[in-house]
Design a binder for this molecule. Sequence first.
Ligand code: Q46
Ligand code: ZN
Length: 311
Amino acid sequence: MVLCSLCGREPAVAKLRYAGVVLCRECFLRYFEERVRRTLDSLGLTHELSGKLVAVATSGGKDSLNTLFLLNKLKEEYDYDILAILIDEGISGYREFKRKALEAFCDKFKISFKVVSMRDSLGYDIDTVAKLSYEGKIDLKPCSVCGVFRRYLVNLEALKAGVDYIATGHNLDDEVQTFIMNFIRGDLASMVREGPFLHEDFPGFIPRFKPLYYVPEKESLIYFMLNGLETPYVECPYAPLSMRYYIRNLINRIEYASPGTKLRILSLKEHLRTIKGKVPSPSLRKCEICGMPTTRRVCRTCEIRMLLSRV
Ligand code: Q46
Ligand code: ZN
């Protein structure tokens, strides 16, 4: 039996290859939660969250449920309220299962939640978008529409509910993938802008933070399982069509061959964020159609809706 590298008493259940250690259940949970707590503290949220309403944007997957679980656990200590928001994109064979998982989770932990239908709110669901894309009627992939619409609806619903902060379940792997995708697109402004906390001083923009920013996906999965949390392991059928899917597999292969790669990329990302002020980035304005914050004359959501209405 392999014993925990920290306490030396209990059997190890998690191997952290990049650190060369193995941890038992208790030490792993403590290590994991301490890292999340340190993240919140480093973002200045320790006192800032007091008396506030925090929305957790959740998909019903392990990372967003972990975020909900952790923020629910910390809410008395930090003195805030939480509300879970799930956007139903209308993806059959996927969304209904994850939605049920969120509902069961919120019932179990007595968390308020809101489900928003993309079709009812914006007039389109992602199955329809995917069909149009497959038929060659639009030059847009399902994920590029889904991501834009989801972000838009989470912000809109949070505004309606009087939310002060939005928390998302992005983990270290997501951040590394996004960084590489921005690199491939040559989008330096996004490379230096995106971090664990995003705040723009503009009406209608709700500050966002990512409690799992420094947590590798594999550790998020271990934490989820060790806490006995449940979600069906179904994947969105459109995920393999995205650039992210390709990048994710590629980075996982490199990480396997060279442990610590993801951490090194994240540390480069963190380093680049220090030059944020030196990279010109477009300022926010109000969308001429819907009034939501955007860097364009017309926001991407309104632009896509106009495009879809012409098909
Ligand atoms: S739900 Fe939507 Fe994801 Fe499906 S269509 Fe793509 S973005 S993969 S996280
Ligand atoms: Zn708009």
